[in-house]
Design a protein around this ligand. Structure first.
Ligand SMILES: Nc1ncnc2c1ncn2[C@@H]1O[C@H](COP(=O)(O)OP(=O)(O)O)[C@@H](O)[C@H]1O
Ligand SMILES: [Mg+2]
Length: 331
């Protein structure tokens, strides 16, 4: 990775074997992650004390307002921080410290053990390559499959994520698919090497509500089927409450609250979580109109009814044959 590792001020010393270190039985354990970017004052870290735990077969939701550091956390785990970034703390994947890994090893890990699905599928797809080649490529690269076997597996993956007539569409290009289908294709690519950890960063924000649910249901099923761990990043509390077992709430680069989703949403401890939930509830609450609003609504309804009657009359007059029109003579 590009980032330089700086010493953690956390209490746990690094341990190469991962033995006797708290949280190492987890699939992913992020401890006191700090990220500083070049050009910003050292006392203004982009991430400041992010701690997360994720078990295999479970989904961890990350919520928080825009700019709170959700994507930066994902990029740190993927080893894809911006050039010159400095990272501290620890990121343990199956007990293995990722921040200390050389870029070459991190590359092997990406696409093999960890994969990511982005908000905008075109960022992950190459417009000039067929989707068959793009899904098959990681299979050839990381799993050493031959061209024919990789293509057969790509076809199977595309079918699995719900691309109809996958065999006939292997030679199609990304622009020949809809937004929802493109997101399914990137999910097929992410799954190609059966990753242990899948990070989905706002995977459905660009899609309409029906597609959103289909994609989230698909991801949810895949987590169970492959016993992956998934990090589901979303600004949508409803999405996180439905699809995440656990949740972490981020605010200005830190995790301010985390725990089982139901418990956090039922009994939020941090003022910011309460604020987020209140804003969400306010949006869902049925609006009870005041007496004045009710009177205005009645007036508006009466006006609309009068206008409808007037329009109907006008319409009737327009089609009524005048005395000098010979209706039957019209073609
Ligand atoms: N490449 C970058 N260079 C400098 N600052 C960045 C860069 N990317 C993100 N940031 C800043 O880092 C903070 C966290 O951003 P991000 O993780 O993208 O937030 P989120 O995903 O929660 O909306 C924000 O203040 C953002 O402006
Ligand atoms: Mg983001």
């Amino acid at each position: 990775m590009n980032a330089t590792t700086i010493p953690s001020n956390g209490s746990n010393a690094s341990n190469a074997t991962g033995a006797n270190v708290p949280g190492t039985d987890a699939l992913l354990c992020v401890e006191d992650l700090q990220v500083r970017l070049p050009g910003l004052p050292p006392d203004q870290p982009i991430l400041d004390g992010v701690s997360l735990t994720l078990q295999a077969g479970r989904t961890l939701g990350i919520v928080g307002e825009s700019g709170s550091g959700k994507s930066m956390t994902a990029l740190a785990i993927m080893g894809l921080l911006p050039e010159g970034a400095r990272a501290g703390g620890r990121i343990l994947l199956q007990g293995r410290e990722l921040l200390a890994l050389p870029e070459r090893e991190m590359q092997t890990l990406r696409g093999n053990r960890v994969a990511m699905v982005f908000q905008e599928p075109m960022t992950a797809l190459n417009p000039v390559h067929t989707i068959g080649n793009q899904v098959a490529e990681p299979l050839r690269l990381h799993q050493g499959l031959g061209r024919r076997a990789a293509m057969a597996e790509a076809c199977h993956l595309l079918e699995r994520v719900g691309i109809a007539n996958a065999a006939q569409r292997l030679s199609a290009y990304p622009h020949q698919f809809s937004g929802g289908q493109r997101q399914r294709i990137t999910i097929a690519m992410a799954l190609a090497c059966k990753p242990d950890l899948l990070i989905a960063d706002e995977p459905t924000t660009a899609l309409d509500v029906i597609l959103q649910q289909q994609i989230l249901d698909l991801l949810d099923g895949l987590v169970e089927e492959h016993r992956m761990g998934m990090i589901l990043i979303s600004h949508d509390l409803a999405v996180v409450s439905e699809y995440s077992d656990d949740v972490a709430v981020m605010l200005r680069g830190s995790v301010v609250e985390r725990g089982a989703t139901q418990a956090v949403f039922a009994r939020p401890q941090h003022a910011y979580t309460r604020q987020l939930l209140a804003a969400r509830l306010h949006m869902l609450e049925p609006h009870v109109p005041s007496a004045e609003e009710q009177a205005q609504e009645r007036d508006a309804a009466a006006g609309a009814a009068a206008a409808a009657v007037w329009e109907a009359e006008q319409g009737a007059r327009a089609v009524e044959p005048g005395p000098d029109v010979d209706v039957e003579g019209q073609p």
